[in-house]
Ligand binder design. Sequence first.
Ligand code: EPZ
Length: 483
Amino acid sequence: MLTRLPNGYPRPLAAPRFNPGAPDARRLEVTLTDDVLVVHGGAPLQGQIRVRGAKNLVSKAMVAALLGESPSHLYDVPRIRDVEVVRGLLELHGVKVSDGADDGEIVMDPTNVESASTDEINVHAGSSRIPILLCGPLLHRLGHAFIPDLGGCHIGPRPIDFHIQALREFGAVVEKTPEGMHLSAPTGLRGAKLELPYPSVGATEQVLLTAVRAEGVTELRNAAIEPEIMDLICVLQKMGAIITVHTDRVIEVHGVPRLHGYKHRPIPDRIEAASWAAAALATKGEIEVLGARQADMMTFLNVFRSIGGECEITDERVARPGVTAAEGGIKFWHPGHELQAVALETDVHPGFMTDWQQPLVVALTQARGLSIMHETVYEQRLGYTDALNQMGATIQVYRDCLGGTPCRFGRRNFMHSAVIAGPSKLHAADLVIPDLRAGFAHLIAALAAEGTSRVYGVDLINRGYEDFEGKLAALGAHVERLG
Ligand code: EPZ
């Protein structure tokens, strides 16, 4: 049985158990009876769906609200589990969170921020990686913080050494205990000169959320510059922060003593948009993703076209005399002829996102020739390809760097490059969702495959894809819950 968080969302699943010795779908040993989607595959997905604010910005903007001294309004917030986890953590710390007047608006009032007990915070242990970002804001507001064990997807060891190093340089005292991490700032936080060993998204956000109210100037070198980071900078600037983005991944922050609330509409979720695009290609369908925005997806769109996918971009239209408002979006469809293989590597922005990799690999199983996917951001993000092979795909993973650029994982024994031979006829299987993006990839594979698949642990997808079952129904997918 799945246990549930106080907000009613299921706890993340325990890692599924496999019997790798068994030859086929019978490798599955666990049965999670309350969390299974039956997928009758083989039909094209067709229709229109909408994406809302990006999961990987919304959750951080919610943390930023803690730094203000007046309420913040965030619009277009998706109903996903990660948002509920952050909401729960904010509420535990005295932030009043309520739904606003607009659909998808939340209002966060941090006027009475207070300490929470470690037991209460620990209810959220293992549910998300966002809690680590509360360090700076809580240190500024309360002088101390407790961070539970982190969760998130199992796609590599996911250390937090860059975060801890940066916090120490700001003057925080960090003590790791078996129950979590205790932090204090006995003499306050001061700006620092920092350089990340790798342009980590989370560590850059940690520095931003800490530096904005630290005394003096912070200079961060080798920072991440993903669109979600730029949007977080927009949020912080609205709150009164002074942040300059220089060339060559250098970000400079002039600390200010006080920040106020913000009103912000987040960038759309470019990961979800690309996931549906890959689903259109893999199922030979046509999906219009309302809300998707070209500027955030240029790299993906180039790859989509190189494979042979077709797309049409519609800009948002703002109402003015004689012109009615219309939502922008991107329509993605299969060209009706064979797809072509491509060689790709994932990278930090402006490269091909690691979160676009898994859904796209499913589409690449339908392309003629040998495609290459070199994963350079996470060392263990190709494990999900085993299940695709069970379904009839031909994917071989290698330790070598098969992309043009040798990466950090090349000599460290990680299976981080994949060669995908296609096209392959996919057939139905029983699948266990391993993590968020790979889970969605499995779902796409089941939708593309002939026959009836059962997808176990499907609730994990609610962590990052709003109402995915409703959207599948809108696209004509034949799916049903087991039982
Ligand atoms: C964010 O994770 C996203 N998560 C990930 O999306 C995304 O894949 C990733 O950025 C890269 O774009 C959220 O925004 C919540 P990183 P994050 O720090 O911040 C290493 C999804 O499905 N590293 O940029 O945790 C790390 O191991 C998720 O939405 C250290 O070594 O990623 C990895 O190899 C999955 N030490 C690399 O840096 C550290 O202290 C990049 O990680 C921190 C990171």
